[in-house]
Design a binder for this molecule. Structure first.
Ligand code: PNS
Length: 165
């Protein structure tokens, strides 16, 4: 069975890696698909997010990285994926995920959404928290892959330089 794990991944955190590794054990093939999220202003462009994901997933032979625009179910159909994987961290994720899963089911009843629980150590982790802590000078070591920690530091320095008169 081929599964799609969609998300913004801006940037990929250890929580995402945890879900990708779990999905790779459950499904024959996993496509990690980077999507623009209309509600969020991204820090990294799609290409940068894909590069980081590809490096981080290099050890997983049944995982590939891609991107898409438009409806997730149309993308899943095009890639012949029967499952959409989403990670759950806490009860607070549920209303948003429930809404998305039911809408996707309405759009295409033949594609199932499967939720995987993240490890407890990642329950409080999100891309937003990782970005905010880095921007404010805190350490995110151990919360995101090393290459992401470094890329985030460089990106935020770049942003500060660009905002200087
Ligand atoms: O990591 P995120 O930001 O929670 O991921 C959200 C994402 C990208 C999976 C979601 O916004 C999405 O599926 N976007 C594609 C557009 C779409 O199909 N929207 C209808 C789903 S209800």
């Amino acid at each position: 069975m081929r599964a799609v794990y969609p998300g913004s991944f801006d940037p990929v955190t250890n929580g995402h890696v945890d879900i990708i590794e779990r999905a790779a054990r459950v499904f024959d093939e996993v496509i990690v698909a980077v999507a623009p999220n209309r509600g969020k202003e991204p820090l990294f462009c799609i290409q940068e997010r894909m590069e980081m994901l590809s490096e981080v997933c290099a050890h997983l032979k049944n995982v590939s990285v891609d991107s898409f625009e438009g409806l997730l179910v149309s993308y899943a159909e095009r890639r012949q994926a029967g499952v959409i994987v989403r990670g759950l961290r806490a009860v607070s994720d549920f209303p948003y995920e429930f809404e998305m899963a039911l809408m996707n089911r309405r759009l295409n009843p033949s594609i199932e959404t499967v939720f995987l629980m993240t490890g407890a150590e990642n329950a409080y982790l999100s891309s937003s928290v990782v970005k905010e802590v880095t921007a404010l000078g805190g350490s995110i070591d151990g919360l995101a892959p090393d290459l992401v920690v470094e890329r985030l530091r460089l990106k935020l320095q770049e942003e500060v330089r660009e905002s200087e008169p």
